[in-house]
Structures are given as C-alpha cells and as structure tokens.
Design a protein around this ligand. Structure first.
Ligand code: HEC
Ligand code: HEC
Length: 262
C-alpha cells in the first residue's frame, strides 16, 4: 500500500510537470537507455562480474540441459545445434518474431518449447520453470553485446501496433499507462527504485526483489499488478505483442542477458 501511495504522488507530480498530451504519448521514442544505467552501483557490480551474478545459476542449469537428451526421440539441443556459442549467437536479439507455422508471434521461450514438442517428442516447459528459464538464459547469453533488432514489418506489423497500443493505454486503479512511467518519469526516484525506461534487453534478469531469475512476461505482470491492473498470462498474445513493441522501442541496445535488477 505504501508503494501505491508514493507512486500516486510521484506520478501526479510527474504528470503535472510534463502535462501529457495525446500527441506526446503517441511519439515519445526516447533514446534507448538500458535499465543498467538506472541501477545503483552495487547492483551494477553484481551484473559486471559473471562469477557473482546469481543469474549464472540459471545459465549453468541451461548449459547442462542443452546437452541432456530430453523426450521420446532421445535428442538433446546439442544433437542438432552443436555448440550454442556459435549456433545461438545473435538469435535472442531477433525475438519475438512472426512465425508463419504458428500464424502469430513466438518469443524465445516459445521457440524453445516448439523444439521440445515438435523436434524432440518432449513436453513443453512451464513459463518460469527452472528448466525453461535456464535454457532461455543460456541461449540469450549467446547474444550478449549484440544489438536488439526485431522485424516489425509484413505480417508482424499488426502485432507491433497492438503492442504499441497496449503500452500507451491507461489501465488499473491508478489509471496509468506503461508509457507514463517509463517514458514520462524515467530517471525519477520511486522509493528505492529509480524508474527506468522499462527496456527488455537484460532479460531473463536476476531480480533481487524476487531472489530469482525472471522472464520479460513476469516483469510485465508485476508492473500491471503494481497499478492494480489485471495481469495477462505469461506467453499470452497480448504480452507477446507488447514484447515485440518493447524490443523495437529498445532497438540497438546491446543485449545484457542475464542482467541484474533491483
Ligand atoms: C507506476 C509506474 C510504472 C508503470 C505505470 C509501469 N511500470 Fe514498469 N517498472 C516500474 C518500476 C518502479 C520498475 C523497477 C525499476 C525500473 O526498472 O524502472 C519497473 C520495471 C520495468 C521493467 C524492467 C526494466 C529492466 O531494465 O529490467 C520493464 C520491462 C517494465 N517495467 C515494463 C513495464 C510495462 C510493459 C508496463 C505497462 C504494462 C509498465 N512497466 C508499467 C514502474 C512502472
Ligand atoms: C531435431 C533437431 C533439433 C533439436 C533436437 C533442437 N532443434 Fe532447435 N532448431 C532446429 C531447426 C531445424 C531449427 C530451424 C532452423 C533454424 O532456424 O536454425 C531450429 C531453430 C531453433 C531456434 C531458433 C533459431 C533462429 O535463428 O531463430 C532456437 C532458439 C532453437 N532451435 C533452440 C533449441 C533448443 C534450446 C533446443 C533444445 C531444447 C533445440 N533447439 C533442439 C532443430 C532442432
């Protein structure tokens, strides 16, 4: 509750200061800045050193799974893709993307689950399960330092637009849009946090508040819940579209996965 009260204070001050108009809301396109820049030095230090970054437990779990046979075909990821360092380099930076076979967007988690179910005769893994977070983090690590670059044209376009609309729509008891905090108030203090631009180049992240590695969709749900808005399901079409918009919005930012965030 204290969080919410402070939030409303900060937000109304911010709103008064910047007098949001629809025109501003429609085209903020801030110069992308990674969430890293908004973290305290101690948090940055955890991310800077792979030996202390707690997300590397997930990386290690993913690395083990990569070469473990899973499913009825007796195959591992490595059976087909060999060394992830080469076969997966740059892959995560291009997700989410439109997949004609699915007739919709798939993100990295979705692609990995497709591999399990279609190529390996295994069950899909649950969102936020240690195994799926591990594989996703391990694959995403292979894009570290590479610029996020998703395709929003052609069949991806309507999803991109839906994601952008979602980002600018006010919702919840606080009647706030994602943009109002992450475009309008970026850099302002909110209790211990400095509000960032809400970029997604660090995911999966290790979130100290949760003591765990976490997906992009878990973070979206947390922000929705903080506004007293109904969160969407992880992996839902709405969150995939939002993810595509955010990946485009942060286009060019180097991938940091796995980042450490407060
Ligand atoms: C009331 C302000 C507020 C609103 C509105 C809000 N968030 Fe956030 N968001 C935060 C805070 C506080 C954090 C944690 C500190 C930070 O990174 O900004 C955060 C973090 C994030 C992050 C993680 C950034 C990183 O570098 O790891 C993402 C992504 C994000 N928000 C997306 C969203 C989306 C999508 C929406 C709309 C559904 C939204 N937020 C709405 C306050 C807000
Ligand atoms: C039977 C062979 C096979 C197995 C086993 C397999 N894959 Fe794949 N994978 C493919 C093929 C074929 C493609 C599509 C061609 C491509 O994009 O490289 C693909 C594509 C991918 C992609 C998308 C690459 C891109 O450029 O968009 C990812 C990520 C991926 N696989 C991860 C995995 C993971 C993780 C596992 C283990 C859980 C796995 N794969 C197991 C054959 C396999």
């Amino acid at each position: 509750m204290r969080f919410l009260v402070l939030l409303v204070g900060v937000v109304s001050a911010g709103l008064a200061a910047s007098a949001f108009s629809r025109a501003q809301e429609a085209d903020p396109t801030p110069t992308p800045r990674s969430g890293y820049e908004f973290m305290a030095p101690q948090t940055q230090a955890l991310q800077d050193d792979d030996f202390v970054n707690p997300a590397f437990f997930s990386v290690e779990a993913g690395e083990r799974l990569w070469s473990t046979p899973m499913g009825s075909e007796g195959l591992s990821c490595a059976s087909c893709h060999e060394a992830a360092e080469t076969s997966m380099a740059g892959v995560a930076a291009r997700y989410p993307q439109y997949d004609p076979d699915v007739g919709g967007l798939v993100n990295l988690e979705g692609r990995i689950n497709q591999m399990l179910t279609k190529e390996m005769g295994a069950e899909a893994l649950a969102y936020e399960s240690e195994a799926l977070l591990g594989l996703t983090t391990y694959v995403a690590l292979q894009s570290r330092g590479m610029p996020m670059a998703v395709d929003i044209e052609g069949p991806a376009r309507p999803y991109f637009e839906a994601g952008r609309d979602y980002f600018f729509t006010r919702r919840g008891q606080l009647d706030l849009s994602c943009s109002q905090c992450h475009d309008g108030l970026a850099g302002q203090k909110l209790r211990g946090d400095t509000i960032s631009q809400g970029q997604i180049n660090g995911f999966p992240i290790y979130r100290l508040l949760w003591n765990s590695t976490a997906s992009r969709h878990r973070m979206f749900a947390w922000c929705n819940t903080s506004l007293r808005a109904e969160p969407e399901a992880a992996g839902s079409e709405t969150y995939l579209a939002l993810e595509l918009y955010l990946a485009w919005r942060g286009g060019g930012l180097p991938m940091e996965s796995p980042a450490v965030r407060r």
